[in-house]
Design a protein around this ligand. Structure first.
Ligand SMILES: [Zn+2]
Length: 65
């Protein structure tokens, strides 16, 4: 674990991962069509140490800036 994470706690950043989304070009080549073939995954990732947690913490809406 990162030193600052141990000191201050993790800094969770919401992440969205959909590894099974296929991108296809539409009728025009400038158009991209997403074809989800699996379930997208929402998770939180620590901005410092890249630790991940599956259950997103949404109880407190703090926007770190
Ligand atoms: Zn961390």
């Amino acid at each position: 674990m990162n030193f600052f994470c141990r000191l201050l706690g993790h800094t969770w950043v919401p992440k969205f991962d959909s590894p099974k989304t296929r991108w296809n070009t539409g009728e025009s080549a400038a158009e991209l069509i997403a074809t989800p073939t699996g379930k997208p995954r929402l998770y939180d990732e620590c901005a410092r140490c890249r630790a991940q947690q599956d259950a997103p913490v949404r109880s407190r809406e703090t926007k770190a800036s």
